[in-house]
Structures are given as C-alpha cells and as structure tokens.
Design a protein around this ligand. Structure first.
Ligand SMILES: Cc1cc2nc3c(=O)[nH]c(=O)nc-3n(C[C@H](O)[C@H](O)[C@H](O)COP(=O)(O)OP(=O)(O)OC[C@H]3O[C@@H](n4cnc5c(N)ncnc54)[C@H](O)[C@@H]3O)c2cc1C
Length: 515
C-alpha cells in the first residue's frame, strides 16, 4: 500500500536558466525515484524568488537583443514552469538579503523550506585594475555589465550616461566617435556589435531598450556618432575566448555593416629568446589549441588578418581588434575627460606544452595610445554574496568544490548553489543546465536518503510574510500582465518585438493592476 503524500518544499533564489532548470529537474528526479508502488509519494512545491520583477535572469537581461531569438525557447520554458499554479509560485521583485539591501533573509528561507537552492548568478562586475579605471568609472569608463543592462532594459541597473559623461566637457559629451572595449570574449564582442549595428535595425528587429536606442539613434545621442570600436585584448588570436559562431558573424555575415580589422604587434626578430616567440598569425609546428572552438577562432582571425583599411569604406563602421595589447592606463584630459587607453604591446611565447602565453614584447615598440572618448571594460563577474553565507562560499574553491554551501542544521534546510553562482561567471546557458542537473541530483539524493521526516518549522507562508512586510512582489500572473503590456507597446511603436519596460516601479504597478 502506498504511504501518505508528503511535500518537498523547495525554494529557489534566482529565476535564471540554472534556477528554473534545477527546480524542474528536482521534480522529475523525485517523481522517478518514487514511482514504485510502495514508495512514499512526494509532491514538490517550488517557490522561485527573484530580485527583478521579470524572470529569466541573463537569458532576458544579458543575451544581446539581436541574439535573443536563439534563447527564446529557454525563456518560454521559464514562463511555462512559473505558470503551473498547483506546484509553483513566482515571487518577483523580492531580494534575498545582501549586505546592502533585501526583503527576506537566507536564514528565514532556511526555516520555511526543506531545501534552498541559490541560483543567484554573478551580477557584480570586477575591475581590471587599469590605471584611472576607478576614477573614470561612470564618466567615460563603463563596465560591460552596465552597457549590457542598458541595451537589455534591465531595471536593476541604470546607465546614467548623459548626466555623468555630459557633465564633462569634451568630445564624449558631444558624441563619441571612438569607443574602446577591453576584453577578448563573447561579452566584449556583443557590446561592440551592439554599438556598430545600425540603430534602425535594432529598433525594427530587436527588443533593444528605448533608452539605449535614444543613446545610439537620436541625432544628439552620445553614442550616435560612433565610427570605430577598438577591441583591446591582452591575449593573442590563438587564445581568444570568442565562440566561433559569434566571431564569424562579425567577420563574415555582417561585413556589409561592419568592417573588421584584425591586428597584433609585429613579431620580434631579435631579443632574448627571440626564436621562441611565435608570430601571432603564423602556423606554429606543435601548437595545440585548447579546444576545437579555439582552433576555429584562430583560423578565422588568421584568415582575416591583413584585410581592412585605415578608413572604413562604403559607409561601414569599423571594429578594430588590437590583440596582444595589455591595457595599462586611461589617459585623462585637463577637464577630467577620457582621452584614450594606453596599452603595452605583448608577444606570444610557446609555453612548452603546446600552448602559448602572452609575455612583454622584448625590445619592441613602447606603449600605444588608443584614442577613445568612451571605454567599456568587459572583465569577469562575481556573485554578490548573500547574508548568512560563510565567507568564501561565493566560489566553488571556497566551498571545497561542493555545491552545498550550508549543511542541514536542526530546523534549517540545507543550501545548495547552482549555475553561475556555483561555478563562476563562465559558460553558456547549456553549461548552467548541466550544472543544474548535477545539483538537483545531489539535492534529491540527500532529501530522499534522509527520509521525508525532516521538515523544518515552516511558520507562516512566504506570501503572507512578504505582504505583512509591505513587499510588493510580482507573481506569475503579474509577470504575464507586464509582458502583455510590453508586447502592446512594441506593436504600437511599430517594432518587430516587444518594448521592454525598464523601470521596476512601473513593472510592479502594471503587475498589480486588476486583470
Ligand atoms: C552579457 C552576456 C551575454 C550572454 N549571452 C549568451 C548567449 O547569447 N547565449 C547563451 O547561451 N548564454 C549567454 N550568456 C550566458 C548565460 O546568460 C548564463 O550562462 C546563464 O544566464 C547563467 O544562468 P544562472 O541562472 O546561473 O544566472 P542568471 O541568469 O544570472 O540568473 C540569476 C538570477 O538571480 C537573481 N538574483 C540575483 N541576486 C538575487 C538576490 N539577492 N535575491 C533574489 N534574486 C537574485 C537575478 O535577478 C537573476 O534573475 C551570456 C551572459 C552574459 C553576461
């Protein structure tokens, strides 16, 4: 005879791909593990909390608008999961406490649920430590995170471009012609492509935010006069971290709009250890790329090297790759405005294991100045630590390689980490899903292994507690109302897609309106 039905009360912090996929997998795995006639019946009830009013994480607020169709299935899955009334609830616009702010503490969640999964991503951009980077941040120098947030219409981040840059007289206030992007990965490429794509195409074909369109499109828009984007990368073409497809798009498919110029310092012909320095674009016997993708990226860059011109032809705008240039410092004008990025040329030396490492160029030319009025730093991102987690637990190394951040204590649920919060800010959505699969497996094994009698004291329901604290949360129906309104605005503005609402207050007000 089957035993009585139990509930596994699961709380997932973060409605990005990792959080939602992990919740889905917990349910599937529990179902599979308890399918036998004599097994205890377990129903998984999931609450998904997100600090943003809209679900989807970086699938909605990171993926570049012109690439959004490639992840629309992920967003559909998120939406479908959150709308299953019997078993899932969405609490948008609810922040789990960090040192700066929050509506509900992790400790509180641990007392209400059987298990807590932190899939809160990695939203905090790191600095690269370039000279004057901090002084100029927000008034000439921006993080890629800020620019991405701007074009994705992220309500959590404002790129207050006009009031910050506009306060400093000089070319930036009048409209930047040259923008430096520091980085050699896909985020750097996304940002460069978004700045070089004709704004009319962005407006017609994508959900790029209205405020970003104003920056790049209106005649006085401070990013409307961009002629060149300089992508400055310490690495060489052999170790660039682009995805082949993204690079091919720039070098080949979009060549009618964007002229790509691929450069690197000349190979040193003399100097200490000269023979061991590889020509950055030549085939080197014995060179082993780290992956097939890297091999393809190198081939694309090598084949493109030497093309392009000093001045872009045919009304196109330029993307100039400056490989093997270590960013040293931002040059500041007398009025405090950004004049350019100083960068030191590097060489590539074989590392003795079939790979290459960038090293200072011996006896080569000195630093170069890449002129720009705006610079965007695409550095790595880190997880914003939640209150109540031991220090170090925001990295997998700090947790000794385990997805468990806090073991179960009497009356308190265990805490798991998942996705970018678990493994760091790298990898595409598919990689986060693989992690979610592993984490859900560990969670289910632990839950079922310990039996179903471990329910912590739950107290009042989260919805009630939030209402009592006056937190205006957005539920799944509220989110649907927001999306319907975004789609309506897109249609009435004659756009191909929806027009995202980038104000949290406005989103909450729409969510609250009666259906
Ligand atoms: C600029 C950029 C472009 C990208 N483009 C692509 C692409 O084209 N294709 C692709 O496959 N992958 C892309 N990726 C990678 C992809 O976005 C990630 O692999 C994936 O989103 C990570 O999923 P996640 O769920 O771990 O984190 P996230 O997607 O970041 O989700 C984390 C969620 O947690 C919420 N949260 C954070 N803190 C709190 C808190 N204190 N309380 C409550 N909620 C909180 C956040 O609001 C967010 O919704 C891109 C990434 C970036 C940065």
């Amino acid at each position: 005879m089957a035993s009585a039905t139990k509930e596994l009360k699961l709380c997932v912090v973060g409605s990005g791909p990792a959080g939602v996929y992990c919740a889905q997998q917990v349910e599937k795995k529990v179902e599979k593990a308890t399918a036998g006639a004599g097994d205890p019946k377990v129903v998984v009830k999931t609450d998904v909390i997100d600090r943003r009013p809209a679900p989807g994480g970086l699938a909605r607020y990171g993926v570049a608008p012109d690439h959004a169709p490639s992840v629309s299935a992920v967003l559909d899955t998120v939406d479908a999961f959150l709308h299953r009334r019997q078993t899932t609830r969405f609490f948008g616009n609810v922040q789990v406490k960090t040192k700066d702010a929050g509506d509900v503490s992790l400790d509180d969640l641990r007392r209400r649920y059987d298990a807590v999964v932190l899939a809160n991503g990695a939203d905090r951009p790191n600095e690269l430590g370039i000279q004057n980077e901090r002084e100029l941040t927000g008034r000439g120098v921006f993080s890629a995170r800020q620019v991405v947030a701007a074009y994705c219409g992220d309500p959590m981040e404002r790129l207050d471009y006009s009031s910050r840059v506009g306060a400093f007289p000089g070319p930036a206030a009048e409209g930047a012609t040259d923008v430096v992007v520091v980085g050699a990965g896909n985020v750097a490429l996304d940002v460069a492509r978004m700045l070089l794509t004709p704004p009319d195409a962005l407006e017609r074909d994508t959900e790029a935010s209205r405020s970003f369109l104003d920056l790049v499109q209106s005649p006085n828009g401070p990013l409307s006069k961009v002629e060149r984007v300089h992508l400055v990368a310490r690495r060489g073409p052999r170790s660039a971290a682009f995805a082949p497809r993204e690079l091919r798009e720039i070098l080949q498919k979009r060549s009618d709009q964007i002229e790509a110029v691929v450069t690197a310092p000349e190979r040193p012909t003399s100097g200490e250890g000269g023979a061991r320095f590889a020509d950055p674009f030549a085939d080197v016997p014995g060179f082993k790329p780290a992956s097939r993708a890297q091999k393809r990226v190198f081939k694309l860059l090598r084949d493109h090297h030497g093309g392009g011109s000093e001045v872009a032809k045919g009304g196109r705008r330029q993307l100039i790759f400056h490989f093997l240039h270590r960013p040293v410092g931002f040059e500041v004008g007398e009025g405090g405005e950004l004049l350019g990025l100083r960068a030191a040329p590097m060489a590539e030396r074989d590392d003795g294991n079939g790979g290459v490492v960038p090293v200072p160029l011996p006896g080569g030319p000195g630093e170069i100045l890449v002129p720009c009025q705006i610079a965007i730093v695409a550095a790595s991102q880190a997880t914003i630590a939640l209150d109540g987690l031991p220090s170090g637990s925001e990295s997998l190394e700090g947790r000794g390689g385990s997805a468990v951040a806090l073991e179960r204590e009497p009356g308190k649920a265990p805490v798991y980490m998942c996705g970018w919060a678990n493994r760091g800010a790298r990898g595409i959505i598919g990689a986060s899903m693989v992690d979610a699969d592993e984490v859900s497996g560990a969670l289910v094994a632990e839950y079922l292994g310990g039996g179903c009698e471990r329910r912590p004291s739950s107290g009042e329901d989260l919805a009630e507690a939030l209402r009592e604290r006056g937190v205006d949360y957005v539920d799944a129906d509220g989110w649907r109302r927001i999306r319907v309104e975004e789609e309506r605005r897109g249609r009435s503005a004659g756009r191909g897609g929806a027009e995202k609402i980038a104000s949290a207050e406005e989103m909450v007000a729409i969510a609250r309106a009666s259906p």
